[in-house]
Design a protein around this ligand. Structure first.
Ligand code: PSU
Ligand code: MN
Length: 303
């Protein structure tokens, strides 16, 4: 087996100990910190997510690319740096070799975090929302690398579904083609991030962390490579009115179009516009759903 990758890995003490003692670990991404939320909420949320994982019996491993290393488990200074600094890159699969060899600093998306988690031996990962097939992708070809990563890398991802900034139906079609199971936690409906409903169904509803862990384990024991999506709806009390959020999303999409926003800038631009339009309410919802996902991921990691 090729073990050359090991020289690029760097672990916090907490994660190193957890790995050597085979404790449950939950990987966490950093794009949500650098590009998904403004300062200081990003900074505060990064800690809250880690503490939620700890309170639920697992060890958090926030991942980023810093100074030529894949850092798994970040210290205070590193989280602060990723929260405040403006020049942090956004790394998906394609970016890893250049960012690491050039010793640049980057936050990792779902796709890059999955790769780094798999290299570190971590099997479960909690995030807010995954990337997907963008609306109008038939013209722009804008399909997140998160989806092709889910097709090949063995990490289970807990998310609150996909936002309707994306084409939810096409995203689910793509996942079916790629053989990625979409499991709803206590729900038959695939959630749409800010809302519990999307109008689309998950493939399977499972009701306990144990059943989900069993399904994930069975997938890999069968030699079926790739991830699993665990869709965990936003808690009722924080969920948005569908009409209201759809209106905000449409406005944000129109603005992105008018400004000619392209490529990896699209998702961060839309998130920040939606926050402005909803006067910060979308950010509150975002924070709550991530914490809810961190909790579920911890419970699954224990199983
Ligand atoms: N959705 C969010 N917040 C985020 C992201 C998605 O609500 O921060 C980030 C994730 O890191 C995801 C990435 O992997 O955006 C997808 O980016 P793109 O659409 O450029 O593939
Ligand atoms: Mn894209």
């Amino acid at each position: 087996m090729n073990t050359d990758f090991k020289k690029y890995l760097s672990f916090s003490e907490e994660v190193k100990d957890a790995l050597s003692e085979s404790k449950p670990i939950v990987a966490l991404e950093s794009t949500i910190i650098s590009h998904g939320m403004p300062y200081p909420q990003n900074y505060e949320t990064a800690y809250k997510i880690e503490n939620t994982v700890r309170e639920n019996g697992a060890v958090p491993a926030t991942i980023a690319l810093l100074n030529g290393k894949i850092k798994t488990g970040l210290n205070n200074n590193e989280i602060e740096f990723l929260s405040k600094e403006s020049g942090i890159l956004k790394a998906s699969r394609r970016d890893l070799p250049i960012i690491i060899s050039q010793k640049l600093n980057a936050a990792t998306t779902v796709s890059a975090t999955m790769i780094c988690a798999a290299l570190a031996g971590i099997k479960i990962f909690a995030t807010g929302g995954i990337g997907g097939v963008h609306r109008n992708a038939q013209n722009t070809f804008d399909i997140s690398a998160d989806l092709t990563e889910l097709a090949q890398t063995n990490v289970a991802v807990v998310s609150a579904g996909v936002k309707s900034i994306l084409d939810i139906g096409l995203t689910l079609e793509y996942l079916e083609t790629m053989g990625v199971p979409v499991i709803g936690y206590k729900t038959e409906e695939f959630p749409a991030f800010y809302t519990r409903e999307s109008g689309y169904k998950v493939n399977y509803k499972l009701n306990t962390p144990k059943e989900i862990a069993d399904a994930v384990k069975t997938k890999w024991e069968l030699g079926l490579n790739g991830g699993v999506i665990i869709a965990n709806p936003i808690p009722e009390e924080f969920s948005f009115d569908k009409i209201l959020i759809d209106k905000a999303i449409d406005e944000a999409l129109a603005k992105a179009d008018e400004k000619g926003i392209k490529g990896k800038d699209v998702t961060p631009f839309l998130l920040s516009e939606i926050k402005e339009i909803t006067k910060g309410k979308s950010l509150d919802a975002n924070i709550q759903l991530v914490l809810n996902n961190a909790k579920l991921a911890a419970l699954i990691s224990i199983e």
